[in-house]
Ligand binder design. Sequence first.
Ligand SMILES: [Zn+2]
Length: 462
Amino acid sequence: MKNLLLVLLASILVAAAQPVRQSVALIVIGRSVITQNAAHRVLSPGAVAIAGTNIVDVDSPDVIARKYTAAETIEARDEIVLPGLINTHTHAPMVMYRGLADDLALLEWLQKYIFPAEAKTVSPELVRIGTRLAALEMVESGTTTFADMYYFEEEVAKAAIEAGLRGILGQTIIQFPVADAKTPADGLARAERFVKEFKDNGLVVPAVAPHALYTNDKSTLVRSAELARRYDVPVLIHFAESEDEVRLARDQFKMTPTGYLESIGFWGPKTLGAHGIWVNDDDIAILKRRRIGVAHNPESNMKLASGAAPVTKYLAAEVAIGLGTDGAASNNDLDMFEAMRQASFLAKHAGRDPTAVSAQTALDMATSGGARALQMADLIGSLEPGKRADLITVSVSAPRQTPLYDPISHLVYTTRGDDVRTTIVNGKVLMKNRQLRTLNRAAVIADANALAQKVREAISKP
Ligand SMILES: [Zn+2]
């Protein structure tokens, strides 16, 4: 009897010494967790605990199990867990123009095909249906954040929120009449309304997006930047994308595109420039000094034969550089795994240097680098306590991924978007084991196909 009491007492003491397990919403367990933190910590195996919109802990599955109980556990023990990919430059609704005009140079492609097709077909409906299709493609291929520039950007925002994706969404401003604005002043007013409407949204960061220096005059560029600064929101622009643009800036302003934008006071805080291919050392120094983020788009740049951005120089100068797909009309998909692979191959090929843009560097650009380029590194880009729970799991059991020695190598050199199994944004599961939770896959694709018939008819009319 006395012994029994002692045993009972001892077990009560042991139980009391056990810390109470904290309840969380979600635990994700993976074969490896690639944190992409500053030390590039990898846990094999690893687990991530998520509560609300945030990551609360990253550790071994045993430690996480001792500390937390979860409402939902995602067992991805054969999969790699990593931060969701950040697409720093796209035009989501342009998935509706996928394959419409291929095999052309940038200015001819834009002026003879894309701008006329857009003039005939861009509408809130096209932007809504196109963004839903793009969102479906992004969720299924592991993109959790996208930076976008387009027309009727409020429709992009609504579709992104509905899908559960994070977006830095820029209302386009352009000098000539377009579907959502007759004049640049209309475009600026529309951008201001858009910024006010979405300023405090948890998923969407509204932005101002003057298209480029060759499609806007000085006053429009300056007013776009001023508008963004007044509301403390990002500015998104295309710059130094083609040799034609360099020639135009030299003929009109006797400067480089980067130098011209500096001379008019355009570069400022929270500015992301897409492409930045044709830059000299002085230009890179300007971008560094102004803390401009650069979105590198290797596939679009190769397809339009625009050139190869000096990625190695940007990295050496510590300019924040992220990766983008650009719009699907010049890529022709939104797969960020392919963007990583091509970023690595293009840098190696262009520099005749197989050590340029290693697998780790390409993965950095698609995650932590993209977060820095968007000046959101405090929130996204790595798996760390306190950051937003934006993460994906990737299957690595296909024949082409066998055997597996180095997960980083596999992520960049053999993984494809459709290897993604689970996508989580802001703590919410958007896809689990390829089953979508926010988007109706069949309806999104059917709507896009029905709309494509209208696009086909509209562009075939003279
Ligand atoms: Zn673009």
